[in-house]
Design a protein around this ligand. Sequence first.
Ligand code: SAM
Length: 232
Amino acid sequence: LYVDQPLGPAQPVPLTRDQAHYLFGVMRLGQGDKVALFNGQDGEWQAEVAEAGKRGGVLVCAEQSRPLQLPPDLWLIFAPIKKARTDFIVEKATEMGAARILPAQTEFTNSERIRQDRLQAHAVEAAEQCGGTFVPEVADLTKLDRLLADWPEDRRLMFCDEAEVGASKVLGDAGPGPWAILIGPEGGFSEAERRRITALPQTSVVSLGPRILRADTAAVAAMTVWQQALGD
Ligand code: SAM
């Protein structure tokens, strides 16, 4: 269970109403039962139910069962598409071990607004589901130009677009270190954007195969290839 609280030896963890409902109403746990907790920072802790109520409760941490496992330093930058598909991208990127997820507004981005809090909650759920101890930060929607203007010098970019060379070939020749994957919207990138992106010093334009993948498929495919080549 994810909790937005510090975890440590004998640390009491008060529960929200929703968490109490889930643990005591849905999972039917009661006093003395054990729950595995994580908060994205302190690893996984085994805790015991000290108080169980309908509207709240308290767990008390016993010992750490797993240390924090940080994913490799990989960002996923994508242009938000329809709501359900954007949710899918955030969920899958979390499962695939993205360290940061950055929705970007491009010239042809279909959606002008996102609910960052909802997307962050999806990342939490996905981390819970896959037994992770880390939750990637989902940033607010940022203009692609802004991201490119502030681009960190040492971060390499795997720019998924029409290209001669396949992603696995590029990654096979490259080393680890900070990376980002960039996926476009349904309408692709404009020529001006392509020029700005490829002007970054460490960009590789890569193909994910001969077929045009939907943006959500492309995000999963790109992260899979990256994790195979450079992940742990
Ligand atoms: N007509 C659009 C275009 O001109 O690029 C297609 C966009 S595609 C539906 C959405 C995004 O997925 C693209 O911007 C690209 O980042 C990625 N993508 C899809 N298929 C790809 C492929 N075969 N190779 C590399 N990237 C791909």
